[in-house]
Write a protein that binds this ligand. Structure first.
Ligand code: ATP
Ligand code: MG
Length: 677
C-alpha cells in the first residue's frame, strides 16, 4: 500500500507544502539550501499519493547522474522502492532512451554507440587534417589542438541551438548577421565549425555513433516536427518535474515543453543566482523570464535556508549581492551564526594542499567523518596537488562526478577492445581497431595500417575483417603478430553468453595488454589499478551495451565506505550537494575568477555563491601568494565577505615561507595580502 501522504508532508514548512501540492505549471524560484530539491521530491510523492498519478507516468529530470541517483533514493526513502517512479534521470539519460527506441530519427541503426568528447575530437582532428591536406595551411600542433577543441565544442553548441547539419552554414551566418553569437566571439571559428558540422555528422552516421548532444537533439527535433511522434512520448507522462531549472539550455527547455504542453503539468525548481553553465549554452534568461514564457504559470518563493549557518549565509549573500542581474531573493536562517569563515593564505599550492589536508586530519581526529568534508575547486587540474597530499597522509578520498576515470587511457583502451570484439564485422569497430591494433606494439606501423585502410575501403570490409585476410596472406613477423591478435579477438567474440567482466579480463590478458603494463613497473601500476577497477565495475553490467552507455555518460558508481572518504570535485560538480565542512582552495585573483577570455565575470561570481552555499557548518577559504611561480593576491570575492563573518585562519599552526611548520599565532591575511581592511 502507498504510505499516508500526510507523513510525507509533515517535515515541510507551509510554503514548501503548498508549493509541492500546486498543480499546473509551477516554478519554485528560491535561494540555495531553501529546500527546493526536497520540495520537488515531496511534489513527486504528492502527485503519486494524493493525486493518484501512477508512478511510471511521472518524469523527473536533473543534470548529473549523482543528482539523479540522490533524487531516486530520496523518493524511495519516502515511498518505498515499489512505488518509486522509473523515469528519474538526467536529460541525456532520457534522451538516450528515446533514441534507443527509435534510432532512425537520427539516421542510426540499432545498437549504436555513444561517443564522448574525446571520441568526437578524434573525428574532428581527422576532418581538419583532411582539410589541411586539401591545400589549406598546415597549423602547428598547439593551434591544431585549439582548433579541434573549438570545432567540437561549437558543433555541440550549434546542436543545442537546434541547428541541423544540412542547415549549419546558412543558420550560422544568420546567427552572425543578427548578432546572436556572443560579442567578442571568434566568428571565423564559428564558420569553421559550421562548415565541418555536416561531414562530422555523416561520419557519425556511417560509423553508427551518436555524440552526447545528439541524444537530446534528435528526439527534440523530431517531437517539434512530427506531432504523432511527440504525442506518443508526451502521452506517456502525466507530470514532468525538473530540478536545477536555471541551468537548462534552449534545447532542454523545448524538450521539457514538448513533453508537458498537453497537460501543462510542469514543475520546475531553480535559483537564477546559481546559473553556472552559460559556457555550455545554458540560458539563465529562461528562468528569469519564466512568467512571460508561461503567463498561466505560478511562481513560488522560498526564503528560509535550512542548510547553512548565519555566517556562511552572510558571506554568500554579500558575494551574490554584487550580481546586478539577479532576481532579488531573501534568504535567512533560524539557525545561529555558527563559526565565522576561515580565510587563510599560503605561500604556494603545495603548502595550501598540505595545510588543508592537515586540517582535515585534525577534524577527523575530533570525530568528523571524512564523508562530511569536501574540497571544491575551480578547475579540475587543481585536484592533483590535493590528491598527492591526501595520499601522503593516508586519508581516503574520492573524486566525485569525475568523468576522468572514463577518459583515462587504459580504461578507453579496454573499452575499445570490448567494442572491437562486439562488432567485428561492422565498420562500427574501425575506430577501436585503429586504437588497439598496435597496442601493445605488434610491428603494425603506419605503412602497414595505411595499406589496411586502403584495402578495407576498396572491399567494404571492416578494418578487422581486412586485417584477418591480410594476416592470412603473408609470412612476415607483422603478419604473424596480426594473425595472433585477430584470432584471439575472434575467438573471444565467439563466446556467446560470456559475462561482460569475464570477457574483459580474457581480452586484456590474451591480447598482451596487461603484460604490457606489468612490464612498465611503477608507471604501469596506475594503469593496472584502473583496469582492475574497470573489471570490478563491469560485473554490474548485464550487457556490453549497458556498459558502453554507462561509460559514455561518465559516472562512477561509488560504493558505500565505512570510514568515509573526503570528497573532491569542481564547484560545477558540487551543484545541489551539501557538506558539513567545505574547503575552498585557490581563491586568488590569477585563478578564480577565471581569467580565461571566455569566462563571464557574472557567472564566476555565481560560481563563488554556489561554492559558499554548499557548506553547512564550516567553510574554509584559502589562497596562495604564488601560484605556478607567479605572484597572486586574494580574489575579489574574499573582499566582499563581511569582516564580522571572517576568521583569521586556523590558529594551531602556521606554514612559514621556507616550508617548515611552526606553532605560532594565526596567519593574518590582512598583512600578507595587502587587503583593504
Ligand atoms: P540547492 O539550491 O543547493 O540545490 P535546495 O534549495 O535544493 O538547495 P535542499 O537540498 O532541498 O535545498 O535542502 C537543503 C537542506 O535543508 C537539506 O539538508 C534538507 O534536508 C534541509 N531542509 C529542507 N527543507 C527543510 C525543512 N522544512 N525542515 C528541515 N530541513 C529542511
Ligand atoms: Mg537542490
Amino acid at each position: 500500500p502507498l504510505p499516508d501522504h500526510s507523513s510525507i508532508m509533515s517535515g515541510l514548512t507551509h510554503v514548501q507544502r503548498d508549493a509541492a501540492r500546486q498543480p499546473g505549471t509551477v516554478v519554485v524560484l528560491a535561494g540555495a539550501g531553501t529546500g527546493k530539491t526536497r520540495t520537488l521530491v515531496a511534489g513527486i510523492a504528492d502527485r503519486i499519493c494524493r493525486r493518484g498519478i501512477p508512478a511510471h507516468r511521472i518524469l523527473a529530470v536533473t543534470f548529473t547522474n549523482k543528482a539523479a541517483g540522490e533524487m531516486r533514493s530520496r523518493i524511495e526513502a519516502v515511498l518505498g522502492s515499489d512505488h518509486a517512479p522509473r523515469w528519474v534521470g538526467t536529460f541525456h539519460g532520457h534522451g538516450r532512451r528515446q533514441l534507443r527506441n527509435d534510432p532512425d530519427i537520427a539516421g542510426l541503426r540499432e545498437g549504436f554507440d555513444i561517443y564522448d568528447a574525446e571520441d568526437s575530437r578524434i573525428i574532428v582532428r581527422r576532418l581538419l587534417e583532411e582539410a589541411c591536406a586539401a591545400g589549406f595551411e598546415a597549423p602547428d600542433d598547439v593551434t591544431m589542438k585549439q582548433r579541434i577543441r573549438s570545432v567540437s565544442t561549437r558543433i555541440a553548441l550549434l546542436k543545442e541551438r537546434l541547428i541541423l547539419p544540412n542547415d549549419a552554414v546558412r543558420s550560422t551566418e544568420g546567427l552572425i548577421a543578427s548578432g546572436q553569437l556572443h560579442e567578442g566571439d571568434d566568428l571565423n571559428a564559428w564558420r569553421e565549425a559550421a562548415a565541418l558540422y555536416r561531414p562530422y555528422q555523416s561520419h557519425l552516421r556511417e560509423a553508427n555513433k551518436a555524440d552526447f548532444a545528439d541524444l537530446l537533439l534528435w528526439p527534440t527535433v523530431t517531437m517539434l516536427r512530427d506531432e504523432t511522434y511527440r504525442r506518443d512520448w508526451a502521452g506517456r507522462f502525466d507530470a514532468v518535474l525538473t530540478d536545477e531549472f536555471q541551468d537548462v539550455n534552449r534545447l532542454q527547455y523545448l524538450w521539457l515543453q514538448a513533453l508537458s504542453r498537453d497537460h501543462g503539468e510542469l514543475f520546475c525548481v531553480g535559483d537564477d543566482a546559481q546559473s553556472i553553465f552559460g559556457w555550455r549554452g545554458a540560458s539563465v534568461s529562461i528562468i528569469r523570464s519564466f512568467l512571460s514564457e508561461f503567463p498561466h504559470g505560478r511562481m513560488i518563493a522560498l526564503e528560509e535556508n535550512f542548510r547553512s549557518t548565519g555566517h556562511i549565509l552572510a558571506a554568500a549573500n554579500a558575494v551574490i549581492a554584487a550580481d546586478p542581474d539577479r532576481l532579488q531573493k531573501t534568504l535567512y536562517t533560524a539557525a545561529g551564526d555558527g563559526a565565522p569563515l576561515d580565510i587563510l593564505s599560503w605561500p604556494g599550492g603545495a603548502e595550501e594542499a598540505k595545510g588543508i589536508v592537515d586540517e582535515i586530519a585534525r577534524r577527523g581526529l575530533e570525530g568528523v567523518s571524512f564523508d562530511d568534508m569536501a574540497i571544491l575547486y575551480r578547475f579540475n587540474f587543481q585536484s592533483r596537488q590535493l590528491e598527492e597530499a591526501l595520499l601522503h597522509a593516508h586519508i581516503p578520498y574520492e573524486l566525485v562526478n569525475d568523468t576522468a576515470f572514463w577518459q583515462r587511457v587504459p580504461v578507453k583502451d579496454a573499452l575499445a577492445l570490448l567494442r572491437l570484439c562486439s562488432s567485428l564485422d561492422d565498420r562500427q569497430s574501425d575506430e577501436a581497431f585503429r586504437r588497439m591494433a598496435n597496442r601493445p606494439r605488434r610491428g603494425i606501423g603506419a605503412v602497414f595500417m595505411a595499406r589496411l585502410e586502403q584495402t578495407s575501403e576498396q572491399s567494404y570490409l571492416s578494418l578487422f575483417e581486412t586485417a584477418e585476410k591480410i594476416a592470412a596472406g603473408g609470412k612476415t613477423k607483422a603478419h604473424d603478430a596480426l594473425a595472433s591478435f585477430t584470432t584471439t579477438i575472434r575467438e573471444i567474440a565467439g563466446k556467446v553468453g560470456m559475462p561482460v567482466a569475464e570477457r574483459l579480463r580474457m581480452l586484456l590478458e590474451r591480447t598482451g595488454y596487461l603484460e604490457m603494463h606489468r612490464q612498465e613497473g611503477d608507471e604501469g601500476k596506475t594503469a593496472l589499478e584502473n583496469l582492475h577497477e574497470l573489471c570490478a565495475l563491469a560485473e554490474a553490467f548485464p550487457t556490453l551495451e549497458a556498459l558502453f552507455d554507462h561509460a559514455a555518460l561518465g559516472s562512477v558508481r561509488d560504493d558505500a565506505d565505512p570510514i568515509g572518504r573526503v570528497k573532491l570535485m569542481t564547484i560545477h560538480g558540487s551543484k545541489g550537494l551539501e557538506f558539513a565542512h567545505v574547503f575552498l582552495p585557490g581563491w586568488e585573483d590569477t585563478l578564480f575568477p577565471s581569467t580565461n577570455a571566455t569566462a563571464d565575470p557574472a557567472e564566476e561570481r555565481r560560481l563563488a555563491y554556489v561554492a559558499l552555499t554548499r557548506g553547512r557548518r564550516r567553510v574554509s577559504i584559502s589562497w596562495c601568494r604564488y601560484r605556478g611561480g607567479r605572484p597572486a593576491a586574494a580574489n575579489v570575492f574574499i573582499d566582499d565577505i563581511p569582516q564580522t563573518s571572517r576568521h583569521l585562519g586556523w590558529p594551531r599552526r602556521r606554514v612559514v615561507p621556507n616550508g617548515g611548520d611552526t606553532a605560532a599565532e594565526p596567519v593574518s591575511v590582512f598583512t600578507q595580502s595587502g587587503l583593504r581592511s
